[in-house]
Design a protein around this ligand. Structure first.
Ligand SMILES: NC(=O)c1ccc[n+]([C@@H]2O[C@H](COP(=O)([O-])OP(=O)(O)OC[C@H]3O[C@@H](n4cnc5c(N)ncnc54)[C@H](OP(=O)(O)O)[C@@H]3O)[C@@H](O)[C@H]2O)c1
Length: 254
């Protein structure tokens, strides 16, 4: 049955940014498809835990501030997942932050923090997971890119650089890991209604201007990413290496 290829029954997924927004939506989608979840965030992931366990799946809460974490601490997230849940099959790099300031004023500390959370942590978590996956001859790495992996955006230079970097990293790791049985791919959401974009949505000028430019006529939701996430986490995407699935309501084509 073709739908069996999309099953994640008894797989284990490590998901960063699992406390809320898009990472939470992805975690719940993977859990609904059968995966146990190890969820990373700085704060509480209690709400995600309740929803994952209600789906009959196990949930491991992992606390980590990715803006401060050493490479050894990132490695430890993978090790904790394997110790508690038995194995790891899927890594989702969904944690992210943005910082809006004009490039003439953009401070070094803000640049470093955005790059650390959005790009460097994804690289070293991918490296840690890939070492495990290489031993298994199998594994899935999914990173959350953005429409800003293709566009420049406005007063978000660090975010745009990081998201272009996510796409480059996805292609580079995809090339290296394909022969190891590891799939490295990305999802590029468009404008999604989450905490990250609350101020933008509320902006009396930019909010409506963005809304009017989205061909689908609405901002995306965390649920809108679940299909792409399950696809990229499952055997259905076994021949995808370095691909990016754009889920943007048509934004980039306009
Ligand atoms: N919203 C959009 O329109 C949009 C569009 C394209 C791509 N994206 C990307 O999608 C991903 C999720 O964004 P979102 O919109 O869901 O944002 P969000 O609602 O603000 O959630 C951000 C998530 O990242 C985690 N996080 C942030 N800083 C962290 C840190 N220092 N250490 C550990 N975890 C940290 C948060 O955990 P805590 O709860 O612990 O803070 C939270 O789970 C990001 O990579 C973002 O760039 C978003």
């Amino acid at each position: 049955m073709i739908l069996d290829m999309f099953s994640l029954q008894d797989k284990v997924a490590l998901v960063t940014g699992a406390s809320r927004g898009l990472g939470q939506g992805i975690a719940l989608g993977l859990a609904e498809a059968g995966a146990d979840i190890a969820g990373v965030s700085r704060g509480s992931t209690a709400e995600t835990k309740v929803q994952v366990t209600a789906l009959g799946r196990r949930y491991l809460a992992l606390k980590c501030d990715l803006s401060q974490a050493s490479v050894a601490e990132l490695y430890d997230l993978v090790e904790q997942t394997v110790s508690a849940l038995g194995h790891i099959d899927i890594l989702v790099n969904a944690a992210g932050i943005n910082h809006r300031t004009a490039s003439l004023e953009f401070a070094e500390e803000d640049w470093d923090r955005v790059l650390q959370v959005n790009l460097k942590s994804a690289m070293y978590l991918s490296q840690a997971a890939a070492r495990r996956f290489a031993e298994q001859g199998k594994g899935k790495i999914i990173s959350v890119a953005s429409a800003m992996s293709f566009q420049g955006g406005y007063i978000i230079p660090a975010y745009t650089a990081a998201k272009h970097g996510i796409l480059g990293m996805t292609k580079a790791l995809g090339n290296e890991f394909a022969s190891l049985g590891i799939n490295v791919n990305a999802i590029a959401p468009g404008y999604m209604d989450t905490d990250m974009t609350a101020a933008l949505i509320a902006d009396p000028n930019r909010g409506p201007a963005i809304s009017q430019r989205i061909p689908a006529g609405r901002w995306g939701t965390p649920q809108d990413l679940q299909g792409a996430a399950v696809f990229l986490a499952s055997a259905a995407s076994d021949y995808c290496h370095g691909s990016v699935v754009v889920v943007d309501g048509g934004w980039l084509n306009r």
